[in-house]
Design a protein around this ligand. Structure first.
Ligand SMILES: Nc1nc2c(c(=O)[nH]1)N[C@H]1C(S)=C(S)[C@@H](COP(=O)(O)O)O[C@H]1N2
Ligand SMILES: [Mo]
Length: 219
């Protein structure tokens, strides 16, 4: 399986070219002085669908269900009332671009899971986007790390629609494909189901610098 995955990437099977738009580099906005971490521009906007509903405070919902004691359907206000955690971390796409020292905030996924009450049989999570197509996965151990965020802000402002707002996942230690945009649903399950790009060859465990054929390059 590992060899197959690496071969898939090496021969270019998954290419995130669906809809790609290069936007203004973060460089101009970056007050941290770390802008030399942005050698080749900023974020690209990615989506695998041609259109995504625009949801806001009135109609956004996050459903948390599956192997939990208290299934929940949360509004944006519900999420905003929970403890907010800030992370400042790089964002790196497996295709090579990286944005340094991005400011994120939101609810730690582990806080959300604690609120829902994860049942003993649970070992993994399935994430579904309200774009209707994109999915992702994490093991429970990965999901409860202190650097995995249900993000409400990104770059110091509410997550924009194009970046997956109003709510996206941010999995800091992994390549960008794990950070599912337009997060609509979290299901707590007992098996990892590979996500959208993972079914096309990317590693399910998408650690930056040590997955997808990379061995410990500088990160
Ligand atoms: N729903 C959804 N989430 C997604 C993607 C996508 O196409 N659809 N692309 C992923 C990939 S490959 C990357 S690198 C990042 C890009 O985030 P950005 O579009 O905010 O730059 O989103 C990830 N999450
Ligand atoms: Mo990506």
């Amino acid at each position: 399986m590992v060899a197959l995955g690496a071969a898939g990437v090496a021969f270019g099977a998954p290419v995130e070219r669906a809809v790609e738009r290069v936007v203004t580099p973060i460089r101009e906005k970056d007050p941290t002085g770390l802008s030399d971490l942005v050698p080749v521009g900023g974020f690209r906007y990615y989506t695998v669908t041609s259109s995504v509903p625009r949801l806001g405070p009135d109609d956004y919902r996050l459903r948390v269900h599956g192997l939990v004691d208290r299934p929940m359907t949360l509004t944006l206000a519900d999420l905003a009332r929970m403890r907010q955690t800030t992370l400042v971390r790089d964002f790196q796409c497996v295709t090579g671009w990286r944005v340094g020292a991005v400011h994120w905030s939101g609810v730690l996924l582990r806080d959300l899971l604690a609120a829902a009450g994860v049942q003993p049989a649970a070992t993994a999570l399935t994430f579904r986007s309200f774009d209707g197509v994109y999915t992702e996965s994490l093991t429970l151990a990965q999901a409860t790390r202190p650097d995995v965020l249900v993000a409400l802000t990104m770059l110091g402002a509410p997550v924009t629609h194009d970046h997956g707002g109003p709510v996206r996942l941010y999995v800091a230690p992994m390549y960008g494909y794990k950070s599912i945009k337009w997060l609509g649903e979290i299901e707590v399950v007992d098996t990892v189901t590979p996500g959208y790009w993972e079914r096309q060859g990317y590693d399910v465990d998408g650690w930056v610098g040590r997955s997808n054929g990379r061995a410990d390059e500088a990160v």
